[in-house]
Design a binder for this molecule. Structure first.
Ligand code: MG
Length: 380
């Protein structure tokens, strides 16, 4: 097979949903994954952690205007190895209806699948195409939703450290709604974790719940004794003057950016927020291609990129390949979801073991989908 003989023949969109939400389930009840088919039989896999129906519309829409096209029609007959050129074609072909948000989420999934195809075509892992790997394993931090009940938080932290985690993050649930409760939860988690491992890293995620810069500054000062790894998204990622004010008023490090898309939004965040950590999600920011650009901008600004990632094993694989290929890509988020879409969609899922995930040597993204799980949860 010559490099110029391979053509895209279809972009299949698969919407998955777990019908009855299990009480033990923490996120991950639905997913949208895509398969980019080619005339050679090679199939690339991608996903977006976004609204499945909206992503499907972005991909399957018919032509409305030269700058408002569906993504699939822009790709049919194209060479999937032309990743950068096709990214630009998709971005320009959706200039009116896209540029940010859901259209970029859909482009992210396709970009990921194109890297997967390229790896398979050339017979190398995606990290090899990205320039080679800096490491064989990546430290993983465990993310959980805290409880308002102290004993539950203690049990959860003990269980995570017993699994081998040396870095934790928590957010959602009751966190951010009441200053006193916030302080108590954070104190309990920090004391419990550091009694077991005094070096345990702990980050908190407010998902915008602290709302104002003033309240965040007050809380950040109060929490200085806990030496948090970072305070994530205390206020919305759009309010950069607020981020700036917070970063100039506390010694605590800020993190943010999971909601942002494209190099352009990240350039703005990196320039203006004063944050130390930037957290693009590879399934939303514009895919692996855009992550590379965001990484370079963050690096040049003295910031560290630690990706957001909370969906299926496809996301984990794409994130691992990307991080392995970057000098400072040494920390990954690892979901604690019990959803079957997290635990079983990818039959050879990259597993957390003893504090780390291993970087795979399989070709492409190396993802093997469990077709039984797809058949069971597919929404037609
Ligand atoms: Mg977050």
């Amino acid at each position: 097979m010559q490099f110029n003989d391979i053509k895209i023949s279809e972009v299949e969109v698969i919407h998955l949903r777990v019908p009855t939400i299990d009480a033990d389930c923490e996120w991950g009840e639905d997913a949208v994954i895509i398969k980019v088919h080619t005339n050679t039989g090679l199939i690339g896999v991608g996903e977006s952690d976004s609204s499945p129906e909206m992503v499907k519309s972005c991909i399957k829409a018919s032509m409305s205007h030269g700058s408002s096209q569906g993504l699939e029609r822009l790709l049919l007959g194209e060479n999937p190895l032309d990743i950068e050129r096709l990214y630009t074609k998709m971005y320009n072909g959706t200039h009116y209806s896209g540029r940010r948000s859901t259209m970029i989420h859909a482009i992210s999934a396709i970009d990921m699948a194109l890297w997967d195809i390229a790896g398979q075509f050339y017979g190398v892992p995606v990290w090899q195409l990205l320039g080679g790997k800096f490491r064989d394993e990546i430290r993983a931090y465990g993310t959980f939703i805290p409880s308002s009940i102290e004993a539950e938080n203690i049990a959860r932290v003990e269980e995570l450290l017993a699994q081998g985690f040396t870095s934790l993050k928590f957010g959602g649930g009751p966190l951010g709604k009441n200053a006193e409760l916030d302080y108590e939860i954070i104190r309990t988690v920090c004391h419990t974790a550091r009694n077991i491992n005094s070096a345990c890293e702990i980050a908190i995620d407010l998902a915008s719940a602290w709302r104002t810069a003033g309240h965040t500054i007050e809380m950040a000062k109060r929490l200085e004794e806990f030496n948090l790894l970072w305070i994530e998204e205390p206020i919305t990622d759009d309010v950069l003057a607020g981020y700036r004010k917070i970063s100039q008023s506390t010694s605590q490090k800020l993190a943010g950016g999971e909601t942002l898309t494209t190099r352009y939004e990240f350039a703005n965040f990196i320039e203006k927020s004063g944050a130390d950590f930037v957290q693009p999600d590879v399934t939303r920011c514009g895919g692996i291609s855009e992550m590379v650009k965001i990484y370079d901008m963050a690096h040049m600004a003295g910031m560290k990129l630690v990706p957001h990632g909370f969906s299926t094993g496809i996301l984990i694989a794409a994130t691992v390949h990307f991080l392995a290929s970057r000098e400072h890509g040494d920390l990954i988020e690892y979901s604690q979801s019990t959803s079957p879409l997290f635990t079983s969609l990818v039959s050879n899922q990259i597993q957390f073991e003893n504090g780390f995930v291993r970087v795979p040597n399989s070709v492409g993204l190396g993802v093997e989908l469990n077709e039984d799980i797809i058949a069971k949860y597919r929404v037609e």
